[in-house]
Ligand binder design. Structure first.
Ligand SMILES: Cc1ncc(C[n+]2csc(CCO)c2C)c(N)n1
Length: 203
């Protein structure tokens, strides 16, 4: 998991994240991020449902229900009319393809959960890290992802992955284990790339 820490560190230094912390993002950067994320979340929701359908009913029942606050978190980025004209980019497509392939991997739902975990946990870890120092401009974003409701979703993922891992561990070969680590790793890399292209969209 060493690499996770490295990539998360890079994400934290990314210019878009830092712009949310200091309150200095251009309209174009915000529009670009929100446009890409609308495409992303649409696909993500379907993948998420697919994975949840494969976990034990006991876990399904414990899945925290998120309210509408996430849309508000996005709204704090104040997207403008430029959003509608931005097409899905290749970083986004590569990320979604990676998720799709992970959901077809033989270890389900584990490989799906492991692929989706960085999407879920990285936002929480970023928000917790910068919540105290973030300027008021985009504070709603940090408050939402560091908040109790979102934290419960992250903890659900960690619990379900741990339980599932315990169960299948005896059957996992070294190659399988390596494959799962690579899936997790790649999602972190794709998260980083996603922030990078948004940062680069500055005018
Ligand atoms: C590129 C990208 N990666 C992760 C998230 C975070 N995220 C993914 S799904 C979801 C809500 C759960 O239904 C959240 C918070 C994002 N928004 N965009």
């Amino acid at each position: 998991m060493q690499n996770k820490i490295t990539i998360l560190g890079q994400i934290e230094q990314n210019a878009f994240i830092q712009g949310m912390v200091t309150g200095e993002l251009t309209q174009r950067q915000r529009d670009y991020y929100v446009a890409q994320d609308q495409y992303y979340l649409q696909a993500f929701d379907a993948y998420f449902d697919q994975v949840v359908a494969q976990v034990a009913p006991q876990w399904q029942m414990q899945l925290p229900v998120l309210g509408e606050a996430e849309a508000d978190a996005h709204a704090t980025l104040r997207p403008g009319s430029g959003v509608a004209k931005i097409a899905k980019d290749s970083v986004n497509q590569d990320y979604l393809l990676h998720l799709k392939l992970a959901l077809d991997d033989k270890w389900q739902p584990l490989s799906g959960l492991v692929a989706l975990l960085p999407c879920i946990e990285s936002y929480y870890l970023i928000a917790v890290k910068f919540q105290q120092q973030a300027a008021t401009t985009y504070h709603g974003w940090f408050d939402y992802y560091a908040g109790l409701e979102y934290q419960q979703l992250v903890e659900w993922f960690w619990r379900v992955i741990n339980a599932d891992l315990q169960q299948v561990l005896p059957q996992l070969t070294a190659d399988d284990w390596h494959g799962l680590q690579k899936i997790y790793q790649q999602s972190y890399q794709d998260e980083f790339n996603f922030w990078q292209v948004a940062a680069q969209a500055a005018e």
